[in-house]
Design a binder for this molecule. Structure first.
Ligand code: FAD
Ligand code: NAD
Length: 509
């Protein structure tokens, strides 16, 4: 028996994801885009050199294929010949070579666990490992499920009870301050999935319910005692003998990075123009989903493009910049708003732009390492955004101006190519007029001659002037987001200006 995942490859229900070409760490040669790769994989060319045969690979055999021109890598028990893929890898050949001739599962998960290399490399499949791979498939490691004895007392537990019409699942998190953003519940086709985020861990209740339930569910959270109730409505008023059949990850507490991304299908309810190339997409969550995306976090969208699952990250915004700083209740929870730039040659955004109102798209649970507590103690908040790098700043602005009482100044410096590219310009200007703590500055890299504002790209002199503390020792947070070179240069300039790592938050994938 081979010690590999039992599912067919690629698993029909797997979250097949492919790399985001735009995050390239090295410039890819012309003709080496993600779409070019998808085309090559569909061309019928023998990409493994094995003429369609699948073989069992021993560790010794794997180790022999450790050169660029002959490079095999094991991911989750499957072995791929990645030589044809080298030039298409957004992270560059060197990154791929780190796993040459060995098990690259952990390495791949560390870099981008949301990228489904299994899908992208399916034509490069050499075969399965004949012996136990060093890293086992996601979520299947027993040690991930079993906590150390000292942590056991802190492991959440669950219970359930019923009335004639309701099923209530109660999760005792055994920690205080559980809020709505930390509870993600989905119920699709009788499968209940309730996830509690506990710092960098995730507790999961995952059950194939005994009987059918209605579409809508309710979630009650007793924050102080850390109790979460999931209330389901029975479809038929019959007595349930059991809650249901536990699924594979049921009742586990593991590191968040160890869980695969979970997607639910959301309906596109509106699409409105923000600028000539950027649109605001409003997606409606299913009634059977309880999810709210925390400030500073992103979600992944998944579409099938040319037969391959493609996944890209997007940062939810608000429907508009509220001037009275109360998130409108009618927009709470049920909708996700995404401000997305459509690139004329963009693989994913072109497909997105073709979605019609009423179409469905898969949306993942939120991810990201930004913590609100970073802002909560700040006196000066400086936001450096470029292009759609503005998106994380939207909720951040709202949160800062509404909930952070110690903030004295909130400044946004917004870099764009032209005036026409500035997102929500008039809303930002109105906000600056309304709230004296807030100030906005626009900087254009390709202005027309009529532009009287600042021009150029991010530079040390611009930042030196912009990120001045309001008092000598005031507590500062600087958030930066935009194209990777913009963010990297910005962080370096800030460090050169004497700001510490703790005072800077760079948004990235
Ligand atoms: P691709 O097919 O990858 O690229 C095609 C061409 O489009 C490129 O050659 C280039 O000319 C141009 N292009 C593509 N991507 C970029 C880019 N990132 N920068 C500059 N030029 C590019 N985008 C949003 O619009 N809104 C968001 O809220 C948002 N949030 C993000 C959050 C995170 C954490 C990250 C990492 C990225 C985010 N992005 C966001 C970018 C998004 O994930 C995609 O990279 C983008 O939509 C392009 O995808 P594509 O497949 O259409 O383009
Ligand atoms: P863009 O090409 O329109 O450029 C906007 C501005 O960014 C330019 O005017 C310039 O000032 C600056 N800029 C661009 N390239 C630069 C470079 N090489 N060096 C220095 N400055 C540069 O931007 P866009 O097309 O809107 O792209 C926005 C970027 O933000 C994308 O790369 C997207 O992936 C990223 N983004 C990241 C996150 C995140 O990580 N959380 C969220 C949203 C957007």
């Amino acid at each position: 028996m081979l010690n590999v995942p039992p599912q067919a490859f690629p698993a029909p229900a797997s979250q097949q994801r492919v790399a985001a070409g735009s995050r390239a760490k090295v410039p890819l040669k012309p003709g080496r885009s993600l779409m070019d790769w998808i085309r090559l994989t569909k061309s019928g060319k023998d990409l493994t050199g094995l003429k369609g045969r699948l073989i069992e690979v021993t560790e010794d055999e794997l180790a022999k294929h450790n050169k660029k021109e002959d490079c095999w890598i094991c991911i989750r028990g499957f072995v791929y010949n990645v030589t044809p893929y080298m030039e298409y890898h957004p992270g560059g050949e060197d990154e791929l070579m780190k796993a040459a001739g060995s098990d690259g599962t952990d390495l791949f998960d560390q870099v981008h666990r949301w990228v489904n290399y299994e899908s992208m490399l399916k034509e490069c499949l050499v075969g399965r490992m004949a012996v136990k791979p060093i890293a086992a498939p996601k979520g299947m490691l027993p040690e991930k499920k079993v906590l150390g004895a000292s942590a056991k007392g802190l492991t959440p537990s669950y219970d359930w009870f019923q009335t004639d019409s309701l099923i209530t699942v109660v999760i005792y998190t055994k920690q205080k301050d559980v809020n709505a953003e930390l509870v993600i519940v989905d119920c699709q086709d009788k499968q209940l999935r309730g996830e509690i985020i506990m710092d960098d861990h995730s507790y999961l209740v995952e059950v194939d319910l005994d009987h059918a339930v209605q579409e809508d569910l309710a979630v009650n959270i007793a924050e102080k005692v850390g109790k979460v109730e999931i209330i389901l409505k029975k479809k038929d008023n019959i007595h349930w003998k059991m809650l249901g059949r536990p699924l594979e990850s049921h009742n586990t507490l593991i590191k968040r990075t160890g869980r695969g991304l979970f997607y639910r299908k959301c309906k596109l309810v509106s699409k409105t123009e923000v600028t000539h190339d950027t649109k605001l997409f409003c997606l409606m969550l299913p009634k059977s989903t309880h999810l709210s995306v925390p400030t500073g976090q992103h979600v992944y969208l998944k579409q099938i493009i040319a037969g391959t699952e493609v996944v890209k990250p997007y940062t939810p915004v608000l429907p508009f910049l509220p001037l009275d700083f109360k998130e409108p209740s009618c927009h709470g929870g049920a909708h996700v708003y995404l401000m997305i730039k459509i690139y004329s040659c963009g693989l994913f955004t072109q497909a997105l732009d073709h979605l019609q109102i009423g179409d469905y798209i898969s949306v993942s649970s939120p991810e990201g390492n930004f913590k609100k507590s970073q802002v909560q103690t700040s006196e000066d908040l400086f936001l450096l955004a470029a292009g759609t790098g503005f998106t994380p700043m939207v909720k951040l602005l709202n949160f800062a101006l509404t909930e952070v009482s110690c903030l004295r100044t909130v400044k946004l410096i917004f870099f764009n190519k032209t005036e026409d590219d500035i997102l929500w310009r008039s809303q930002l200007e109105q906000l600056a007029l309304k709230d004296e703590r807030f100030e906005v500055q626009f900087v254009l890299s390709q202005p027309t001659k009529d532009w009287v504002g600042k021009h150029g790209k991010i530079s040390s002199s611009l930042l030196c002037e912009f990120v001045k503390r309001s008092r000598k020792d005031s507590k500062v947070l600087i958030c930066i987001c935009g194209p990777t070179p913009f963010t990297e240069q910005g962080v370096q300039y800030l460090k050169d200006l004497g700001y510490s790592q703790e005072e800077i938050h760079a948004f990235s994938a």
